[in-house]
Design a protein. Structure first.
Length: 333
C-alpha cells in the first residue's frame, strides 16, 4: 500500500487497513471525528460541521478565539483563508494520485519552512504581518496572484466562489485536476450562479464531488436552488470545504488501489472468465470482511457504486491502470 499522508488524525490507522475496508471511508471518518472533543463553547457534537471542525482543530489547522468560541458564522478574510489552507497543505500534502501515476513521492513538509524570511513583502499590502508567511508561500506556489494594483487585500472577506477556487488550487495538484468533465457539467447548478464566469469549473467540481457546505442553500417553488456564490463564506463553511476536499483526494487514491486489486484478480484468474473472476474476488472480500476486527466492511453494491462513480474520473482510471501493472503478479494489465 502506498505510504501517503492524508488527514494525520486517521492517516496511520487507514494505512493499516486492508484496501477492502475502505469503501465506507466517509462514514468511518465521521465516526472517528465524533470521538473527538473540541474546546469551543459554541460547537457542540450535534453541529452539522462538527467532523470538519474537530479534525481540522486536531490537525492544528484552525483555532478558536480567546473567549473560547469558534464563531462558526463569522466571515473569513483573505489572510485567514490562506493561513488555514497553507496549514492544511503542510499537514496533508496532496499528490497521492500523482504518486501512483508518475512515481513522484510526496515529500512531508516542515512547518518551520514558513520561518524563512523570504516569505514576506510579497504584495504592496503584505509586509511582515502575522499572515505574511502564509500569503507569500501561497504566492510562491502559484495559488494566488493578487490584484492588478499589486495588492492582496488581506483584510477583505472572501466570498464563496473565491474560497472554493483558493481551496482547490491549494489542495489539488494540477496533474490531479480532471475538471470540468461532462459528468460534472450534468449536475444541476445554482440558479444564482453565472456559469459563464471564471468560477464555473471550480463550482462544477465542488458541487459534483460534494465538497461544499449546503446548509445555507435555499430552494424555491420551482425546485431551483440558490447557493449565494457572491456572499461571504463563513468559518464553518471553509472548514467543511477543506475537510471534504482532503477526504475526497484521499478517497480517490485509495479507491484507485482498490480497483487495481480487482483488475489484477480478474487478470490472474482468466480461467474463471471475467464474471467468474469477479465473483471470486467478491468471495475473497467476504473472507476479509469476516476477519475484520475494526468493523469496516465492504459490499458488492458499494463496490459497484464506487466503480461507476470513480470510473468517470479519468485521473483515477489512469491511476488504476498504472497501479495494476505494478501489483499484478506476473500479469501485464
Amino acid at each position: 500500500m502506498l505510504k501517503i499522508k492524508h488527514l494525520p488524525l486517521i492517516g496511520l490507522f487507514l494505512l493499516s487497513l486492508p484496501l477492502t475496508a475502505l469503501a465506507d471511508l466517509r462514514t468511518f471518518v465521521h465516526d472517528e471525528a465524533a470521538k473527538l472533543t473540541v474546546p469551543f463553547s459554541d460547537i457542540g457534537s450535534a453541529h452539522p460541521n462538527y467532523s470538519a471542525i474537530a479534525i481540522l482543530h486536531q490537525d492544528e489547522v484552525i483555532k478558536g478565539y480567546p473567549d473560547g468560541t469558534f464563531q462558526p458564522d463569522r466571515g473569513v478574510n483573505r489572510a485567514e483563508m490562506m493561513k488555514m489552507l497553507v496549514l492544511s497543505y503542510i499537514s496533508n500534502p496532496p499528490g497521492a494520485l500523482d504518486t501512483i501515476i508518475s512515481g513522484n513521492e510526496i515529500v512531508p513538509l516542515d512547518p518551520a519552512l514558513l520561518n524563512d524570511p523570504k516569505y514576506a513583502n510579497c504584495f504592496s499590502d503584505v509586509k511582515d504581518e502575522w499572515f505574511a508567511p502564509y500569503v507569500c508561500y501561497a504566492k510562491e506556489q502559484g495559488w494566488i496572484e493578487g490584484y492588478p494594483d499589486g495588492s492582496y487585500k488581506p483584510a477583505q472577506n472572501v466570498n464563496r466562489v473565491e474560497a472554493i477556487k483558493m481551496t482547490l488550487n491549494t489542495l489539488i495538484l494540477d496533474s490531479e485536476w480532471p475538471s470540468p468533465t461532462e459528468a460534472e457539467k450534468a449536475f444541476p447548478m445554482p440558479a444564482d450562479a453565472d456559469m459563464n464566469q471564471w468560477y464555473a469549473p471550480y463550482l462544477h467540481f465542488g458541487i459534483a464531488k460534494e465538497l461544499l457546505d449546503g446548509n445555507h442553500v435555499t430552494i424555491d417553488n420551482d425546485n431551483k436552488y440558490y447557493y449565494g456564490p457572491a456572499e461571504n463564506m463563513s468559518r464553518k463553511e471553509v472548514a467543511e470545504t477543506i475537510f471534504r476536499t482532503s477526504l475526497y483526494m484521499l478517497e480517490r487514491s485509495y479507491y484507485a488501489e482498490l480497483f487495481a486489486t480487482m483488475q489484477c484478480f480478474r487478470k490472474e484468474h482468466t480461467d474463471l472468465g471475467d464474471e467468474g473472476a469477479y465473483q471470486a474476488w467478491l468471495e475473497e472480500l467476504d473472507r476479509l470482511n469476516a476477519a475484520s476486527t475494526n468493523g469496516l466492511t465492504v459490499t458488492q453494491e458499494e463496490i459497484d457504486e464506487l466503480y461507476l462513480h470513480y470510473g468517470e474520473d479519468d485521473v483515477v482510471t489512469q491511476a488504476v491502470h498504472v497501479y495494476a501493472n505494478d501489483i499484478c503478479e506476473g500479469v501485464e494489465y
